[in-house]
Design a protein around this ligand. Structure first.
Ligand code: ADP
Ligand code: MG
Length: 419
């Protein structure tokens, strides 16, 4: 709670014209106010408890877990953990966005298991509901600290401002800059929701500066599905991935659309998004099994000498798909294996960028091979935006996501692989 300061020498207030309150009277008022505050808090907690009971009915399990989580929350709110040091100029930053519980989750009586503190402290707790061997219930509290976190009611604009705008600004101001933002998380955690908003915001900002500096802007949008690459702005035409003698990776045949205004960007985004989801049998299935890459390239007018700047926005395949390796269907199994491989390779490549390691294992997967430029070079910047669903029935996937994000910035002990 707020700390009360010593009684100031108050000038006569509007309510008590001309009367100076004695220190004693003020002390009594403060005590009253405190009591009132406590009463309101207790009322709110009681109401929450009532609501939960009404809502969850005789689902005693859920209610028991929720009470444990509520107790933890109160504890943490009263004793917030210390902030950790953040370096705003780091080459790699890791953030987490939590989406709100949806109707379906509420309908299935799932409850929120993720507590977030302030955006800038980056602290969050995942309360994992567990059953002990004696069948009694408990909650395992997993603590994490990231560069920034975005709680469930954060607007897209705020996410853009804090996660992607710094990349865009760097891209504009620094020649040869390669900026990349990844949306990571299980299917349904909100990756596409975030990225769709980010595409247009970033493009608008880049277009504005391009006009100012007389630069050209080009957009391409493609998908990596298994080990193949498809152009989402050319009816999923296959694109060949070739590496030249210098190790530079080229996407042969990928169309780069010149754009001049926001309307054109919007059209391309819509076209590509439609193309991505209607490509094959089941729409949701396909998009959750592929990585999509939206690229904005800034170039000098013809004949310019300065090097290209690039912003890549990547909507990754559902992180849970990497576990499909035990699936009965062979195609699904192979796809799962490739997704798993690409997400692991991605983690290693971002980590190499973060630690300044000269060995970047980008050949580990198609995804990292295609994005090679994002991991090498002095002017590479990366944001990993991990997405989590808040519901109790997603706790395991969310925990996996948070651990993945956490390890991206953790230094690997020398000579040891990832556990
Ligand atoms: P993903 O791309 O990770 O599979 P989606 O972006 O498609 O997930 O999100 C799943 C559903 O949740 C969509 O209906 C989306 O509109 C909704 N959603 C996701 N994030 C949010 C959010 N922050 N606020 C409100 N609704 C959201
Ligand atoms: Mg999606």
């Amino acid at each position: 709670g707020r700390r009360m300061s010593a009684p100031p020498a108050v000038p006569p207030s509007a309510n008590s014209p001309g009367v100076q309150k004695s220190a004693c009277v003020m002390q009594v008022e403060r005590i009253k106010a405190k009591r009132e505050e406590r009463r309101l808090q207790a009322d709110a907690a009681a109401k929450r408890k009532e609501d939960n009971k009404r809502y969850y009915g005789n689902d005693a399990d859920a209610v028991e877990y929720m009470q444990m989580i509520e107790a933890e929350r109160t504890l943490f709110q009263e004793n917030p953990p210390p902030t950790r040091d953040h370096n705003p100029h780091a080459k790699v930053v890791v953030m987490v966005r939590k989406r709100p519980l949806n109707k379906k989750e509420e309908g299935s009586r799932a409850f929120d298991v993720i507590t977030m503190f302030d955006r800038d402290t980056g602290r969050l707790v995942l309360h994992e509901p567990k059953t002990k061997v004696d069948m009694s219930k408990c909650v395992d509290n997993h603590h994490f600290a990231f560069d920034k976190i975005f709680a469930e009611h954060t607007a897209n604009q705020e996410v853009y401002d804090h996660a992607v705008r710094p990349l865009v600004e760097q891209c504009i101001s620094q020649e040869g800059c390669m900026a990349t933002a990844f949306a990571y998380g299980q299917t349904g955690s909100g990756k596409t929701f975030t990225m769709a908003a980010v595409y247009t915001a970033a493009a608008h900002s880049i277009l504005r500066s391009a006009r100012q500096y007389g630069l050209r802007v080009g957009i391409s949008f493609f998908e990596i599905y298994g080990v193949k690459c498809f152009d989402l702005l050319a009816n999923r035409k296959p694109v060949n991935i070739l590496e030249d003698a210098k190790g530079k990776v080229c996407l042969v045949g990928l169309v780069e659309h010149p754009v001049e205004g926001p309307d054109q960007v919007l059209q391309l985004v819509e076209h590509g998004t439609r193309c991505r989801s209607t490509g094959s049998t089941s729409a949701n299935e396909t998009s959750s099994r592929s990585h999509s890459v939206f690229q904005i390239v800034l170039k000098e007018p013809e004949g310019g000498q300065r090097s290209t700047r690039k912003l890549a926005l990547i909507d990754l395949a559902g992180s849970e798909r990497g576990a499909d390796t035990a699936n009965a269907d062979r195609k699904t199994r192979n796809e799962g294996a490739e997704i798993n491989k690409s997400l692991l390779a991605l983690k290693e490549c971002i980590r190499a960028l973060s630690t300044g390691s000269s060995h970047v294992p980008f050949r580990g997967s198609k995804l990292t091979q295609v994005l090679r430029d994002a991991f090498v070079g002095e002017r590479s910047r990366t944001v990993l935006l991990a997405h989590v669903a808040p519901a109790s029935n997603s706790a395991e996937h969310s925990l996996n996501t948070l651990r993945y994000a956490d390890r991206i910035k953790e230094m690997a002990p020398a000579g040891q692989g990832d556990a």
